[in-house]
Write a protein that binds this ligand. Structure first.
Ligand code: HEC
Ligand code: HEC
Ligand code: HEC
Ligand code: HEC
Ligand code: HEC
Ligand code: HEC
Ligand code: HEC
Ligand code: HEC
Length: 421
């Protein structure tokens, strides 16, 4: 073989080796075993124009924000900082000049709406939006149009429930409320642009993912405690026990709209109340699957309750047979009835005293006011929630038992008051 041919072969050999190595390295470090992520470009190529400056500067001072954004589906799909932080119509008063670019500090559902119309509409129709803010603040922050649009006017056109701030809000005072009522109820806060709500309560910024929203702990930030212990009830239910013991079997990041029993062998809060599951379509209106209104003094059936119940039933049917579900629901109805009867008894004790002028007119002025309040607001609700979501301890020891005890205490106090006068 001539020398030049041998050299050619050597060069070809080395060349082939280099090309193969390069291909291997590209596969290993750039493409990866998941395939080429054309839909998930690297951060530098997703931030263009003015957004590039946002990332570069905030990367230095607040790398956490950029890191969370980088982890989000948004960054993979080329949604940029300014897609959310650029003012839209109605946000003129929120707009600031920020390093020569007009931005808003607090994007609202109005900004999300540009791309997520359905979710925003469903959320706005739900009690998580304006209703939630109204429950704490009353009508004072609402325009007449907002009250009408959000079903916050009664049959006589007056604000529902009179429209005053909640008596417990007044009891604890405005300053403290900013760190209590208003933190949880800000899920429906009134924003400066007139919209209601805060999507980041479930889709924490800047990851904005479904994974977190599907975890019971996310709902449990607010749905806990003596008056609405849904997370505690879930944790003691068979569903919660299954979830705690088998977390790794849950496919938490499956794309929305594709969830089945293969992804979720047992339900979380979101499965029953929000997610698309099997053939049941998803909704951001958490009232859409509820038959009962369980929070007021007396629980009652909702308008369109039967249709809502069918949807919830269809969720259960993925994993249980109809007779099983009917049995659970009919037992729950009986417990709910009993809580209503107990509240009625308590109310007549209080009514009797106030009719004879023995109770003051100041809200929460006597120990009896607290006993009656907790009879429905804590114990009654707890038993109801336990009944519909599988929390036996909440039906019994934290619920009906406490109600029976309170009724005896209330009667004794009422008798003592009457004897004194
Ligand atoms: C040169 C650096 C720099 C650039 C460029 C920059 N920021 Fe900032 N940004 C800051 C600093 C520093 C703060 C802290 C608050 C302040 O000083 O205004 C901040 C605050 C913010 C806030 C919170 C404002 C508030 O009032 O709470 C938002 C939102 C924000 N930046 C978004 C952006 C967006 C979107 C871009 C791109 C259009 C951007 N920033 C570009 C440095 C920068
Ligand atoms: C999908 C919409 C969205 C995108 C994209 C987005 N943000 Fe935000 N950002 C928000 C929302 C919502 C808030 C919270 C507003 C509030 O406080 O109510 C926020 C808050 C902020 C804040 C102030 C709050 C804090 O934690 O200090 C800064 C700063 C900020 N964003 C910067 C950025 C930067 C930089 C980018 C791009 C890398 C970016 N954002 C991309 C929606 C977005
Ligand atoms: C410019 C358009 C745009 C804006 C504005 C926008 N998004 Fe998105 N969002 C997208 C796209 C695109 C996706 C990815 C959809 C997909 O992969 O199916 C997405 C996905 C999501 C997801 C699902 C993520 C997952 O894990 O599957 C959530 C949650 C979300 N957005 C919330 C928000 C919220 C909250 C806001 C407002 C603060 C917002 N988005 C603003 C375009 C946008
Ligand atoms: C830890 C979070 C949290 C705090 C703090 C909180 N709430 Fe709530 N509140 C909730 C949740 C969650 C519900 C929904 C319960 C349900 O539907 O079962 C609720 C329901 C209500 C309702 C019932 C709505 C109705 O009409 O049916 C009212 C009224 C209310 N809260 C007022 C207040 C007031 C006033 C305060 C402060 C004194 C307050 N809340 C503090 C989370 C909270
Ligand atoms: C009470 C918690 C909660 C709030 C508040 C919330 N979401 Fe969601 N969101 C969820 C859950 C849970 C899912 C996952 C649904 C599923 O599993 O099918 C989701 C899914 C989504 C998706 C993906 C849907 C799809 O079909 O790809 C988008 C987009 C979204 N949310 C936007 C928003 C916007 C915008 C807001 C504010 C207006 C918002 N969300 C407020 C709980 C919430
Ligand atoms: C930031 C606090 C917060 C978080 C997080 C939250 N909620 Fe709520 N939720 C509330 C408040 C407040 C209300 C009561 C609104 C009212 O009527 O005043 C409520 C009411 C509800 C209701 C009753 C709705 C109705 O029509 O009466 C359901 C069901 C519900 N939430 C489910 C969920 C689920 C499921 C999650 C998690 C995916 C969740 N919530 C996350 C605060 C929260
Ligand atoms: C197995 C399904 C299932 C799971 C899991 C579940 N719930 Fe429920 N939930 C129900 C049913 C059924 C009702 C009563 C429905 C009705 O009104 O007929 C209910 C009622 C409620 C209510 C009462 C609404 C009212 O009328 O005041 C709230 C709030 C709520 N759930 C929140 C949650 C939260 C938060 C979690 C997780 C910690 C959760 N749920 C887990 C099925 C479920
Ligand atoms: C994704 C599947 C799934 C869905 C949806 C589901 N469940 Fe379950 N359920 C389970 C699993 C798993 C268990 C635990 C089985 C066991 O303990 O043997 C369970 C247990 C129960 C139990 C306790 C049974 C016992 O013998 O202790 C009740 C009651 C129950 N479910 C009611 C419901 C109701 C009512 C619904 C709808 C509102 C529902 N489930 C929705 C999977 C599901």
């Amino acid at each position: 073989m001539p020398k030049t041919t041998r050299r050619m072969i050597a060069i070809l050999g080395i060349g082939t080796f280099l090309v193969v190595s390069l291909l291997f390295l590209t596969y290993h470090f750039v493409i990866g075993p998941q395939g080429l992520k054309t839909s998930l470009p690297t951060l530098s190529s997703t931030t263009v124009g003015e957004n590039k400056a946002c990332v570069e500067c905030h990367q230095k001072d607040n790398p956490g924000i950029v890191e969370q954004y980088h982890d989000s589906k948004h960054s993979g799909r080329g949604v940029q900082c300014l897609d959310c932080h650029k003012p839209v119509s109605g946000q003129e008063t929120m707009t600031k000049d920020h390093y020569k670019v007009s931005v808003i500090a607090k994007p609202s559902p109005k900004n999300c709406e540009q791309c997520h119309k359905d979710e925003v509409k469903q959320f706005e129709d739900s009690n998580h939006a304006a209703k939630s803010w109204y429950s704490v603040e009353g009508a004072k922050n609402f325009t007449p149009e907002e009250l009408a649009k959000n079903h916050l006017l009664d049959a006589n056109g007056k604000p529902v429930g009179g429209g005053n701030a909640n008596p417990v809000f007044n009891l604890i005072g405005k300053d403290v409320s900013a760190q209590s009522c208003e933190v949880c109820h800000a899920i429906g806060q009134k924003n400066q642009d007139g919209s209601f709500g805060d999507c980041t309560k479930c889709h924490l910024r800047h990851t904005f993912d479904v994974t977190q929203a599907r975890q019971p702990e996310t709902c449990g930030q607010c749905h806990l405690g003596p008056d609405h212990p849904q997370i505690e009830i879930y944790n003691e239910s068979a569903h919660g026990a299954y979830y705690q013991a088998n977390k790794e079997k849950f496919n938490m990041d499956a794309p929305a709209g594709t969830l089945t029993v293969k992804d979720f062998p047992a339900p979380t809060c979101a499965t029953c109340h929000i997610s698309a599951f099997g053939s049941v379509p998803g909704t951001h209106d958490v009232g859409q699957r509820l038959n009962w209104t369980l929070t007021p003094e007396t629980a009652s059936i909702r308008k369109d309750g039967a249709a809502h119940q069918q949807t919830m039933n269809a969720v259960c049917l993925n994993c249980h047979v109809q007779p099983f579900i009917d049995d659970v629901m009919s037992k729950a109805d009986k417990t709910i009835d009993l809580t209503n009867q107990n509240v009625k008894k308590g109310k007549s004790i209080v009514q009797d005293l106030s009719d004879t002028g023995l109770l003051g007119t100041k809200p929460f002025g006597t120990p009896l006011d607290f006993l009656y309040f907790e009879l429905w607001h804590h114990e009654g609700r707890r038993a109801r929630f336990g009944a519909v979501m599988g929390g036996a301890d909440y039906v019994n020891w934290n619920g009906i038992y406490e109600q029976q005890k309170a009724l005896v205490e209330m009667q004794a106090q009422a008798d003592a008051l009457k004897a004194k006068h």
